[in-house]
Design a protein around this ligand. Structure first.
Ligand SMILES: Nc1ncnc2c1ncn2[C@@H]1O[C@H](COP(=O)(O)OP(=O)(O)OP(=O)(O)O)[C@@H](O)[C@H]1O
Ligand SMILES: [Mg+2]
Length: 364
């Protein structure tokens, strides 16, 4: 994937402009709060239509405007393509090659990117939602249907929780809960199965990168922590059975707490280094190595899936990692068009580099 041109109108604090990145490394530098991350966010939007900072559509529109538009010319799947995203209120309209698409998820079928931002540095130690977001986001980039599956599942959990609150007041409603359970079991088993399938490949690839960063001294393992006792090699049918058993087992507790305590929305990942839990014992450096390995593995899997390299977006991370990890990251993303933000121009050698300076939203 190569971003040939990016045009933005009333997007965040960016002054309306059209930029033409190079095919190698694009460095975007400037002081704090000038618009560096906003520019990466604009590129990232084309990978699936969602902000990596979790922003709503309305937050992407410049404070001074009521609508915004970003447009990208890119090379992918052996041809030049164009995509446009228009934002108005909390809505957006997506066009790919001049055709309006029913959902922004379609963007991920023709453009892929990997983003690495300081938020990811807390992936190992922070709460489970960030780790779920990481794996689900990575799968969505390869599988448009997974995003639909997730949103159906989350809506059903929401509806079941609403019913649980009602049951507390009207116990006779309890017999209707199995309708929601049946849906959650089918959707939940599919989600968990897809996650496990992805994790097996991710672990294999991340292990290789981690070996490289640690000089062969450390072995990384990824474990799926299931709220329903699902194991790594379970079939979708076995997962569904375990979910059913656990929904029944947790029902009294669910009614008491008015929430659904079991299912993929409660699952987590554990990272182990040489068999020891990273969440509890890993040093800062080891945590960074795990995250680098995961991100590089994510990029490698996208590369294999699309048979072309994804665009790599590195938001302020070089300043957070030491020199040897910086070199490891840059040498392993060679071949990918890369965008790097920072307050200083990083020191490294690459024959194909373009530097953008950004000042109060103006990209030069
Ligand atoms: N919708 C918006 N309209 C106008 N300005 C916005 C909007 N959203 C964010 N901003 C502003 O854009 C500015 C730049 O944000 P950005 O996160 O891109 O900074 P940055 O250059 O990455 O800084 P840092 O080096 O601190 O990470 C911020 O001051 C922010 O308040
Ligand atoms: Mg920033």
């Amino acid at each position: 994937m190569i971003v040939k041109a990016l045009e933005f109108t009333s997007f965040r604090n960016l002054k309306d402009n059209k930029i033409f990145p190079c095919e190698g490394v694009n460095v975007i530098y400037g002081d704090n709060a000038q618009g560096k991350t906003n520019l990466l966010e604009a590129i990232w939007m084309f990978s699936g239509g969602h902000s990596f900072r979790g922003a709503k559509e309305s937050e992407l529109i410049s404070f001074e405007s009521k609508k915004s538009e970003i447009s990208m010319d890119f090379f992918s799947q052996g041809r030049e393509q164009t995509a446009t995203i228009k934002f108005f209120g909390n809505k957006k309209e997506v066009k790919i090659n001049e055709v309006v698409k029913p959902s922004s998820a379609y963007l991920s079928q023709c453009f892929s990117a990997v983003v690495f931002s300081p938020e990811h540095l807390s992936l190992v130690k922070n709460g489970p939602s960030l780790r779920r977001k990481f794996i689900d986001g990575a799968i969505c980039q390869q599988d448009v249907k997974f995003a639909v599956l997730l949103s159906k599942y989350n809506r059903t959990v929401f509806q079941r929780n609403a019913l649980l609150k009602e049951i507390y007041k009207h116990p006779e409603l309890e017999e209707t809960i199995c309708i929601w359970d049946d849906s959650l079991i089918i959707l939940g088993a599919r989600i968990i199965f897809k996650r496990l399938e992805y994790l097996k490949k991710l672990e294999f690839s991340a292990q290789e990168f981690h070996k490289g960063i640690s000089g062969g001294k450390e072995e990384l393992q990824i474990e799926y922590i299931s709220s329903a006792g699902v194991e790594f090699n379970d079939t979708e049918q076995q997962i569904a059975e375990k979910l059913r058993d656990n929904f029944e087992r947790c029902r009294r507790e669910d009614i008491k707490l008015s929430c659904t305590n079991c299912g993929p929305h409660r699952d987590d990942l554990d990272f182990l280094i040489n068999g020891i839990k990273a969440k509890t014992f890993a040093s800062q450096g080891q945590q960074r190595s795990i995250i680098l390995s995961l991100k590089l593995a994510e990029a490698q899997m996208l590369w294999q899936f699309f048979d072309e390299p994804p665009v790599v977006l590195l938001d302020d991370v070089l300043s957070e990692i030491d020199k040897s990890r910086q070199e490891f990251l840059l040498s392993n993303t060679r071949g990918c068009q890369t965008f790097i933000t920072g307050c200083e121009v990083p020191e490294y050698e690459n024959e194909d580099t373009k530097i953008f300076i950004i000042e109060k939203g103006e990209v030069k």
